[in-house]
Design a protein around this ligand. Structure first.
Ligand SMILES: NC(=O)c1ccc[n+]([C@@H]2O[C@H](COP(=O)([O-])OP(=O)(O)OC[C@H]3O[C@@H](n4cnc5c(N)ncnc54)[C@H](OP(=O)(O)O)[C@@H]3O)[C@@H](O)[C@H]2O)c1
Length: 348
């Protein structure tokens, strides 16, 4: 045991923020990425060790992992980056965490359960805003209504999105929506259902989105029918509706290249994040018509990501791990999110 961890993608918007928060809590991660100048600058600023390598450089990746117990992978889109990192973790018997929100990534990680158990390592994708708060809410609702077979989750108030989040969303814009139906992930049109949600402080119109919980809440709760909603600005809703008919066009390379070039670097400033807040809502129902509902409030999304990802990493470094492919609430329970400052939960 080295008592330390690696942050890969430390020069990205979220990776840099997580590095800063880690140092503020007294952690001394080794940071890494493929951009030598940017990674070195961050390492020098925080007096941290650093490594420079791309994910194709297996020898260097293995070498970096040998010096730590676990990785916090922050380089996304994770559909393009997670496979190499998780394979390296299995090879080197190191725990794997990331901040993905991509359904396909969660599902591919779930398939690694047996290999992770055999290697004695924990694989936990989604240790950020997606999916820790909603995963804990899902588990809380299941604990309140153990017979539940329908789960709806929603969030509001993400604020401004980072470069990487927009890149990932744009990459998937032509693919429509997704829900879980009878245990299976099922494709539905973008913004398939619209509903009014009472978030406690405000009531808002929200639409279904292919959020990570469609994958993870099933593993955390066993509930076979799952829908996730969010409140989207009018401009984005227009794009989602247009993608029902033009999805094929949005997925073409020239259109993707055009859309990706429009995305500005960075993300919300520290001031914007400090002012931000997230409202969450969830409801579970059973076949007899019994229903439970809960609300939560949490800090702004990227702030929550840094806090939850580091909270989980600290548990791992303390030896509190469950080998296998895990979700946050399955490994640590519904109250994990209440360990984060500023989070509240109310049952309706
Ligand atoms: N779960 C959540 O709630 C949550 C919250 C925040 C972010 N995210 C996700 O985290 C990811 C990063 O977001 P961000 O805004 O921080 O992105 P960003 O600012 O664009 O940074 C992306 C980082 O990933 C690296 N990277 C990208 N592709 C790579 C590859 N093929 N090989 C190696 N490194 C690669 C980049 O390195 P270079 O500089 O060398 O390109 C950079 O360090 C996104 O997928 C986003 O959706 C999720």
């Amino acid at each position: 045991m080295t008592g330390n961890f690696l942050i890969y993608g430390a020069n990205g918007y979220t990776g840099e923020m997580i590095t800063r928060y880690a140092v503020e809590r007294g952690m001394k991660p080794i940071i890494a990425g493929r951009n030598a100048i940017a990674v070195e600058e961050i390492a020098k600023k925080h007096h941290l060790e650093y490594r420079v390598f791309s994910l194709d450089e297996g020898y260097r990746l293995d070498n970096a992992l040998q010096q730590v117990d676990a990785v916090l992978h922050c380089a996304g889109p994770f559909s393009l980056t997670s496979r190499q990192m998780v394979e390296a973790c299995l090879r080197n018997k190191k725990h794997y965490t990331d901040i993905t929100g991509e359904i396909a990534v969660f599902e591919s990680m779930a398939k690694l359960d047996k290999r992770a158990q055999d290697a004695g390592v924990m694989i936990m994708p989604g240790t950020g805003f997606d999916v820790v708060p909603t995963d804990c809410l899902a588990r809380h609702l299941k604990d309140r209504l153990p017979t539940a077979n329908y789960l709806s989750l929603a969030f509001y108030g993400m604020g401004r999105l980072s470069h990487g989040t927009q890149t990932t969303m744009t990459m998937n814009v032509g693919q429509g929506g997704a829900i879980r139906k009878d245990g299976k992930i099922t494709r539905v049109p973008a913004a398939w259902k619209t509903t009014e949600i009472d978030f406690g402080e405000v009531t808002k119109t929200a639409v279904t989105i292919p959020w990570g919980d469609v994958a993870t809440a099933y593993y955390s709760t066993g509930i076979p029918n799952i829908e996730v909603y969010t409140v989207v600005p009018a401009k984005q809703l227009k794009l989602m509706n247009a993608s029902r008919y033009l999805g094929w066009l949005f997925a073409t390379k020239p259109f993707q290249d055009y859309l990706q070039k429009q995305i500005p670097p960075g993300g919300p400033s520290d001031e914007e994040r400090a002012k931000g807040k997230t409202l969450l809502w969830g409801q579970a129902e059973d076949p007899n018509g019994n229903r439970v509902e809960s609300h939560m409030t949490a800090p702004e999304g990227y702030t929550t990501t840094a806090l939850t990802a580091l909270n989980i990493m600290q548990k791992i470094l303390d030896g509190n791990v469950q080998p296998g492919s895990q979700t946050p609430a399955k490994a640590y329970g519904a109250d994990l999110i209440l360990e984060i400052g500023g989070v509240t939960r109310q049952d309706v």
